[in-house]
Design a protein around this ligand. Sequence first.
Ligand code: NAD
Length: 477
Amino acid sequence: MTAETTTHTPTTYEDLLASVSAGAEGREILDPATGELVGYAPEHSVEDLHTAVEVAADKQKAWAALSDAERCDYLQRAADAVDAAGEALAELISREQGKPLSGPGSRFEAGACSTWLRVTCSYDLSEEVVVDDEQAHAVINYRPIGVVGAIGPWNWPAMITIWQLAPALRMGNAVVVKPSEYTPLTVLALVEILNSVLPEGVLQVVSGGREVGAAISTHEKIGKIMFTGSTATGRKIAESAAATVKRLTLELGGNDAGIVLEDADPAAIAEGLFWGAFINTGQTCAALKRLYVHDSIYDAVCESLTALAGQMPMGHGVDEQNVLGPLQNKMQFDIVDELVKKATDSGARVLLGGDPDYEAPGFFYPATLIADIDPDNALVVEEQFGPALPIIRYTDLDWAVEQANKLEVGLGASVWSSDRDRAVEVARRIEAGTVWINNHGGLDPRVPFGGIKQSGYGVEFGVEGLKALGVPQVING
Ligand code: NAD
């Protein structure tokens, strides 16, 4: 069977939005930068979910019966369709989620979608011989699970959805996606683009609220859930998925620490530190959320970072000059605002920001740097998920490592130094799924990514991530 494009791919913003918008009875989606209407998303019900799962379970059989090469052919063509619609998708992401077109923003997010699809097709999935000697012969193959449920957050809605569905589809599963109720249009649009290429029914989206997510986690015909979101929701999903013994990949919250050693060059690392913390205006799971800096270079790091952060334009995402956008929603704005107030009330020093204009339209919170803060202040120990970085002074490296490790979460971390070997030594002592050296948050589709402790379990990306969307079968004898 060859991959045939079944329908037209919408490639302009207007066409793309029109292809997914519901009538005015749907969920109203407002631009977080202006409060203006973007469109209406359909409000699907639990009943709609049941229908989608039935169709997916049926269509999965023919999809699984294709060869791996045939499925990859579809996915490569789906990547081409994403590229063709890339600019339209980026504009929709900017208007709905808020991140700017420019910088590491919505164009970057749309581009990552096609990259991840292509790279997911590049791994070798051929049968592995586990033992082959006079006594035994055993081989292992990965087979599809069936129907996979993909539940996502609102911060990187398109990219995270692709992370979940690309390996699931390559492995021969059908996928039912449940986007965040804050950013459904982006995910509906992405699925529309992919479905202009994919066979009907193997990829579906159910745009509903928490009750739809909860129904996915108990559904007896869903064999695996890919979940990205908060630790609190991840716990609920793990509990309710237990009854049907679903496979789970849980990518949950984090509170990543960065440690700057005394031999780092403050000017050279400023840009990496800035984007590590402020990418997507801080609304990134593996962003730098607390920075520990050695006393000997503390003031120099604070100065370099403040000078750089102060120049970064923030505004409406569709204006090309901006590299920082608003927070996506009022709830997140209030969390950041409250945490910064707790920090300043405690006597911590504001280097930059901390003074939002409450009267202005949109959920803009300025890039904020807070120095000389108590290491147990709420802004340090709770996930702010926004543009407010606490900078903590240390003199004893053992203490800094202890601080980095003291929380229940362990998603990412970073070590900054001019001496790579020394940085690696420190990195090995940190409890996190990934520790970056002189960088924070850089992701690569070939490199497995996942959290430890209460940041979740399982990895995405790379061949390890792909195998997590299958079930192993051993043929022994
Ligand atoms: P959230 O947990 O509130 O929501 C995530 C999704 O879960 C949404 O689609 C929501 O509708 C759904 N949901 C809510 N209740 C549910 C339930 N009982 N059963 C099933 N689904 C349910 O998270 P959020 O606010 O959208 O995202 C922010 C959080 O996500 C942050 O903590 C962030 O660190 C984390 N995150 C983690 C990663 C990662 O890769 N580890 C990536 C991005 C975001």
